[in-house]
Design a protein around this ligand. Structure first.
Ligand code: FES
Length: 105
C-alpha cells in the first residue's frame, strides 16, 4: 500500500506499508521525520499526530473515543487530525497522502 507523508516543510516521503500495520509504523519504519510514536502505538502519547485529507477520511475509518480524547491535547489540531497508530493500513488506502504537523507538541 503506497502512502505519501508530507512534512510541514513540504518534503514528501513515499513509503510502502503492509495492510494491517498502522500509519505510525509506516512512518517510523521508513524514518519519516516528524512522527515519533513514543508510546509504541498504544494511543497514549499523541506523538504520532498527523492529518488525513478530506478525500481519504472514509478509507481511514473513524477515530475511537480514546483517540479523540488524546487529540484534544495536541497543539496543532485541525480537521483531519488523527493519531497515526490508530489508523490501520488497508488496501483501500493505496495512494493516500498524510500531512504532518509542524511539531509533535
Ligand atoms: Fe503514541 Fe500513537 S504512538 S499515541
Amino acid at each position: 500500500v503506497a502512502i505519501t507523508f508530507i512534512e510541514d516543510n513540504g518534503t514528501r516521503h513515499q513509503v510502502d506499508a503492509e495492510p494491517g500495520t498502522n500509519l505510525m509504523e509506516a512512518a517510523t519504519l521508513n524514518m519519516v521525520p516528524g512522527v515519533l510514536g513514543m508510546c509504541g502505538g498504544i494511543c497514549s502519547c499523541a506523538t504520532c499526530h498527523c492529518y488525513v485529507g478530506d478525500d481519504w477520511r472514509a478509507q481511514a475509518g473513524a477515530p475511537a473515543e480514546g483517540e479523540l480524547q488524546m487529540l484534544d491535547a495536541v497543539t496543532h489540531r485541525r480537521p483531519g487530525s488523527r493519531l497515526g497508530c490508530q489508523v490501520i493500513v488497508s488496501e483501500a488506502m493505496d495512494g493516500i497522502t498524510i500531512t504532518l504537523p509542524p511539531d509533535q507538541d
